[in-house]
Ligand binder design. Structure first.
Ligand code: OSB
Ligand code: MG
Length: 378
């Protein structure tokens, strides 16, 4: 294997993109997305972009855009700069050695290596990962609304637009009544699910069991963000499949979930698990155990979305992913063409190499509020 995967330049940039509507989950609200982008160049001058999905505050996982910035400039970036690698997998090894956590920071570099390799080979990123799908069935994630009426309006419009899965964010005080209103308005066949982002504890068991009446496709991450064992007790009491998101920080937690029956579905977010190598491993493990997976989202720009779409083309991504089109999030995206969804609720997997879409570098330059070059370690 040639050792020609070598980063000669890593530039971090922060841009701010206002969401078209505020996005509220049980642990906080996002109005404007502070996005960390990486500009990556290999020794032969091939260039690509990647996105670190960490949010402004550590209300999803312990990472934030500011901790990721520190991790990339201090630890991860200098390790890769000027280092000849034989493969993205080798890059993943180099990045992980003796560093705990900081998965989203690590993933931004690891996934960038895959895109660079895809550019070098002139092969679509989806193909390089082992993808088999030409399009991805698309879901929408609807934030917590003011009242059930507002939710019904939002969810009905989404179903009308063709979305194949309607995910409704819930929290205590905005759950059963809201979901019931949506179920009644959308009908018995509508693919509705709920995501609690850790808003409940086992003290809520009797309350959560009532979710079974709503015929949800699944309930995502009802209990603590790093819990597996308590979800076992919940899944035992629930007919509705439990889907884990936050808790699956890597392959070991996926093994735990399967062995203990703590859940029956996994939401894979490549940023959360430190990149594509781990995402593929979790995907393969779940396929072996007949556990369906789907691709989650972190309100990515069109750059992060390109990576999610490529990953979601793998065969065991059997449930519609949170890979909504650009216009669901932004007045205008930073890629060309923007991501769109057809009337069947599908996003097309690009056939070109790398991201498969062009990056609007002029716009990014204009939007950049912070910039730093990774310096080689001395
Ligand atoms: O739990 O899936 C989640 C966004 C930010 C943090 C956590 C989550 C989400 C989403 C957004 O649900 C999904 C999307 O990007 O469309
Ligand atoms: Mg979630």
């Amino acid at each position: 294997m040639t050792r020609d995967l070598k980063l000669s330049r890593i530039v971090l940039r922060e841009i701010h993109l206002p969401l078209r509507e505020p996005f509220r989950i049980s642990s906080g609200v996002t109005t404007t997305r502070r996005i960390l982008l990486l500009e990556l160049e290999d020794a032969s001058g091939i260039k690509t972009w990647s996105e670190c999905v960490a949010g402004e505050s550590p209300n999803y996982s312990p990472e934030s855009i500011d901790t990721a910035w520190l991790a990339i400039t201090t630890w991860f970036g200098p390790r890769l700069l000027g280092r000849s690698l034989g493969s993205p997998e080798e890059g993943d090894q180099v990045l992980s050695e003796d560093i705990r956590g900081h998965q989203m920071a690590r993933a931004a570099l690891e996934m960038g290596l895959w895109a660079l390799r895809s550019e070098q080979l002139g092969q679509p990123l989806a193909k390089l990962l082992g993808g088999t799908r030409e399009s991805i069935a698309t879901g929408i994630s609807i934030g917590i609304q003011e009242d059930p009426e507002a939710l019904v309006e939002r969810a009905s419009a989404a179903l009308e637009e063709g979305y194949r899965k309607i995910k409704i964010k819930i929290k205590p005080g905005a759950d059963l009544e809201f979901l019931h209103a949506a179920r009644t308005a959308l009908g018995d066949d509508a693919p509705i699910m709920a995501d609690a982002n850790n808003a409940y504890t086992l003290d809520d068991l009797d309350h959560l069991v009532k979710l079974d009446d709503l015929q949800l496709v699944m309930i995502e991450q009802p209990l603590a963000w790093d819990d597996v064992v308590r979800h076992v007790e919940l899944q035992r009491r629930l007919e509705t499949p439990v889907c884990l998101d936050e808790s699956i920080s890597g392959i070991e937690r996926a093994e735990d979930m399967i062995r203990l029956d703590a859940g029956r579905i996994i939401n894979i977010k490549p940023g959360r698990v430190a990149g594509f190598a781990a995402s593929k491993a979790i995907h393969d493990l779940c396929a072996e155990h007949d556990i369906p997976v789907w691709c989650g989202g972190m309100l990515e720009s069109g750059i992060g979305r390109a990576y999610n779409v490529a990953l979601a083309s793998l065969p065991n991504f059997r449930i519609p992913g949170d890979v909504s089109p650009s216009a669901r999030y932004w007045a205008s995206d930073i890629v060309e063409p923007e991501w769109t969804m057809n009337a069947n609720g599908e996003v097309t997997v690009p056939t070109g190499p790398g991201l498969g879409v062009a990056v609007d570098e002029e716009r990014i330059e204009a939007l950049t509020v912070r910039r730093e070059d990774v310096k080689a370690s001395v």
